[in-house]
Design a protein around this ligand. Structure first.
Ligand code: OGA
Ligand code: NI
Length: 342
């Protein structure tokens, strides 16, 4: 596990060559002040669904069409629960290297719970990413929790509580979206949202943030993503030729549309390219909860969203075909959708 960047970043200077991106992929000049942009990612208050439900639905649809991203506040998850989860993630990555690995118990040859550095493509990628990753499924809890890290001691309890609540918020947002698209309120239940996959990203302080990235530009392959990004900025969304910072909001959740939601909505909702930049002073952490279809689930544009002025854009396929192709194409946003277009 000596490869984990969190285990060696503080003894290696300068930035190793294998982390230096080609000029055109570098983040460029990064200011420490919030960016001055024409755009900012919409913030939606979920607290008043009782009386403003239609208005909230409209806000979600508009943000999903224009940005593919929004943040939600007053989502109902107690702050202490989000803090407790972020605390154990941080503690996990700060464990001594041997303990990090030892903490991940698995008797499954396919290792349900994984700790890795950079990406699953480490051995074939041209440049490595300045991050470590802990990933595991969260739902159903009883099935997967026994495979989660055993340390820190509170990991399972804190992450279990948090993931249950985050999933509830995600399903609530999916319900609002499906109502807004007039698909009925249960369209995304069952197979389309069967799994919750958690990816915890840890970006240690970086010797030269202008040369490297924490995550290169990509769109998320799943249905919808809920991201906790703590209080250190770094997430950027691409829109109209510029990278927009997603400013951390205390206890806000970042929500973004995945490829499957773009496909099911026949392109009405958009997934947006995003990336994570690093910084030289603070470690940054994010926890992405990906609501994911079952592997065998069939994905296709909803019939009611196809008509003469909106002809069908995507084919019908099984989700596992999409994820295999995404892996093979290394998430390259120029090409991952090609095989699924009509
Ligand atoms: C991801 C992702 C962004 C971040 O994990 O897919 O986009 O801010 N993360 O870490
Ligand atoms: Ni992402």
């Amino acid at each position: 596990m000596e490869k984990l960047v969190s285990s060696w970043y503080n003894v290696v200077q300068p930035l190793p060559e294998t982390y230096i991106f080609p000029l055109d992929a570098r983040p460029g000049k990064l200011s420490t002040a919030p960016s001055i942009s024409n755009y900012s990612i919409p913030v939606i208050d979920l607290g008043s669904q009782g009386h403003d439900r239609d208005q909230i639905i409209q806000q979600i649809l508009e943000a999903s069409q224009e940005f593919g991203f929004f943040q939600v506040i007053n989502h109902g998850i107690p702050e202490v629960l989000l803090n407790d989860a972020m605390d154990v993630f941080k503690e996990f990555f700060e464990l001594p290297p041997e303990d990090k690995e030892a903490s991940i118990y698995s008797d499954d040859p396919n290792k349900v719970c994984k700790l890795l550095t950079s990406s699953v493509n480490y051995d074939r990628e041209a440049v490595h990413l300045w991050r470590d990753v802990l990933k595991h499924p969260c739902h159903p809890l009883e099935k997967f929790m026994p495979l989660w890290p055993k340390q820190p001691i509170k990991y399972r309890e804190n992450v279990g509580k948090c993931s249950t609540q985050v999933r509830k918020v995600a399903l609530n947002i999916l319900e609002l979206i499906s109502e807004g698209l007039r698909l009925g309120s249960e369209y995304f239940n069952d197979e389309l949202s069967q799994e919750t996959q958690l990816v915890v990203n840890y970006y240690p302080p970086c010797p030269d943030p202008s040369l490297t990235l924490g995550i290169t530009k990509h769109c998320d392959p799943q249905l919808i993503t809920i991201l906790l990004q703590g209080d250190v900025s770094g997430l950027q969304v691409f829109k109209d030729g510029e990278w927009i910072d997603v400013e951390p909001l205390p206890h806000g959740l970042v929500v973004n549309i995945g490829y499957q939601l773009q496909i099911i909505s026949n392109g009405k909702l958009k997934c947006a390219e995003h990336r994570a930049v690093t910084n030289s002073s603070n470690a940054r952490m994010s926890a992405a909860f990906f609501i994911t279809p079952s592997p065998d689930c069939y994905i296709e544009p909803a019939a009611t969203l196809i008509n003469a002025s909106n002809p069908q854009v995507y084919k019908r396929f099984q989700y596992k075909e999409f994820s295999a192709n995404y892996f093979m194409k290394q998430g390259n946003t120029e090409v991952v959708l090609e095989a699924f277009k009509l």
